[in-house]
Structures are given as C-alpha cells and as structure tokens.
Design a protein around this ligand. Structure first.
Ligand code: SF4
Ligand code: SF4
Length: 153
C-alpha cells in the first residue's frame, strides 16, 4: 500500500476501468492485506499493538472505518509482471476488488489516514503522547507476592 508502483504509459493511452489493470505492472493491490482490529483504548490494548507492529512488514492505520493492521507481504500467487497465478480460481475478495481509486493513481501516503504508524517507534511515540504514565506502566505491579503461612494458634 505504501509502495510506489512503477507505471509507465507509452504513447497516448486512455486509461479506463476496463484496461487499467492491464497497464498496471506493480499490482500493488496484491502486495499487502489489511485486517480490521478493535479500536484500542487502554494501555493494555496499545501494548498489544506494539507487539503486533514489532513484526516485520507490519504497519497500522486508522481511517473513517476504524483501525487496521497493514501487512505488507505480497500474495504468493502474484507473478512477475503483475499477473495472478490462480486467476481462474482466485478468491472472492480478489474478484470483488475495485480498481476505482486504487494504487494505480499513486501509492497511499500517511496523509491518506487519520493516523498512520509505519513502525514500532512511531506507535511508541503515540502511546507516550496519549498516556501520561506510559513508561511507568509496568512499575509497581511486580511479581505476585509469595503467600506467608499464617501462624497456627
Ligand atoms: S486494481 Fe489497481 S493496483 Fe490492482 S492491478 Fe488493478 S490497477 Fe493495479
Ligand atoms: S490471488 Fe491473485 S488476484 Fe488475489 S491477491 Fe493473489 S495474485 Fe492478487
């Protein structure tokens, strides 16, 4: 989603919804997927998100539809040149995908989202700003105390 796609049109070609994908060499729509997540509210929620975004190729954003994980891993069926290796049996979600306003016009940028976290550090900075005591969230709890046996009367 955040990857630039190398589109080069030669001559005076009119791009229409019908021919658009034919001229798209990057097929950026097949290089990532998103996963809707519950809106994080507590420090525990954000702590979990920090774990998730610590994984390679994982980013996060919030838009008008809510919060999403963005996993930047190309589909294993994507062929060189942007073709689908299982076109005839591709999943329904691929069949329903519209190329209206897709990445052909250009890669998505941070300005396209209400919030965008490209990595662990950017999410951590957000947590520190949102929660005054973020860096002290683990202090005080400590390991559970061992129970002291009561003296028998
Ligand atoms: S939907 Fe857009 S990004 Fe995907 S292959 Fe077609 S033109 Fe390219
Ligand atoms: S199955 Fe085909 S159309 Fe669907 S994401 Fe993979 S390469 Fe793209």
């Amino acid at each position: 989603m955040t990857t630039a796609i190398p589109i080069k049109l030669e001559g005076d070609i009119k791009i229409t919804p019908e021919n658009k994908c034919t001229y798209c060499r990057g097929a950026t729509c097949c290089t990532y997927y998103t996963h809707h997540i519950d809106t994080p509210r507590s420090m525990e929620d954000f702590d979990l998100l920090l774990w998730q975004i610590s994984h390679q190729n994982t980013q996060m954003y919030k838009d008008e539809d809510g919060w999403y994980l963005l996993i930047n891993n190309p589909c294993r069926h994507l062929q060189p040149g942007g073709r689908c290796g299982i076109y005839e049996t591709r999943p329904q979600i691929c069949r329903e995908h519209s190329n209206d306003g897709c990445e052909f016009e250009g890669p998505s940028g941070e300005e396209d989202f209400e919030l965008f976290f490209r990595d662990y550090d950017s999410l951590l900075a957000h947590c520190r700003k949102k929660f005054k005591h973020w860096d002290r969230r683990f202090m005080g709890a400590g390991p559970p105390k061992a129970r002291v046996p009561q003296a028998q009367a």
